[in-house]
Design a protein around this ligand. Sequence first.
Ligand SMILES: Nc1ncnc2c1ncn2[C@@H]1O[C@H](COP(=O)(O)OP(=O)(O)OP(=O)(O)O)[C@@H](O)[C@H]1O
Ligand SMILES: [Mg+2]
Length: 258
Amino acid sequence: MTIPKIEIRNVSKTFHAETRVVKALEDVSLTIMPGEFITLIGPSGSGKSTLFNLLVGLLDPDTGEICIDSEVCGDSAQRVGRVGYMPQRDLLMPWRSVLDNAIVPLELRGVPRGQARERAREMLPLFGLEEFAGAYPSELSGGMRQRAALLRTMLTERDILLLDEPFGALDALTRREMEDWLLGIWREFRQTVLFITHDVEEALYLADRVVVLSARPGRVKRILKVDFPRPRRHSILADPAFARQVAELLEALGVPVD
Ligand SMILES: Nc1ncnc2c1ncn2[C@@H]1O[C@H](COP(=O)(O)OP(=O)(O)OP(=O)(O)O)[C@@H](O)[C@H]1O
Ligand SMILES: [Mg+2]
């Protein structure tokens, strides 16, 4: 029997700000298998980023439990460093070149800078950034910034990747290119991926399973298995079976469908 990569059991999280109490997540349970590509959709404020912050170990749940590799259960400190995380904003450091932004996770692990640069340099072609190693974030297009941020996330060398709306700010064409590119990376490295998006078609196109969260407090409202064969092509967007699943997801999100 395959051991789950991530188990989220009955997790709830409430934030107590100065005057407000916000219940972000309520009784969320989810089991994710190794190598699965999971996409997560839900209205704004439904706790998607909060779920990532819990998985990364930045937060502890109020109730419930999170296990990684069935061994790390319990408090957040044990989860720190187990996953690669790309936050909702790319957070590239403007004073560092592409290459030096990419090596941050290696530096944090104590890899000497020269060695870290060498390792990152090898990856640049795969990320379409070989000519931009010395460029600063302000000199990059939106798609290139996202690829640089993804490269940095990959260099954490973790087998779990949490990507929070990585393509949210991109135009439709670049976004499609990036989706195919990401699926190519995933096919090669076979990480377990959790990917947050607001785009229902993107969620379906990428995923093995789409998880829909309800409006706040976020609960798992629907889990949709996606069986379209891989490698996928964007022509499946015109497939009636694809359109049916889009409609199902929109309905789960509470968006009126004609
Ligand atoms: N550190 C925090 N302190 C207080 N409240 C928080 C904190 N983090 C998140 N929240 C609140 O929890 C709720 C869920 O936020 P979260 O960022 O997880 O939503 P989201 O689903 O990622 O939304 P979006 O799609 O807009 O990114 C929101 O109401 C938010 O204000
Ligand atoms: Mg968010």
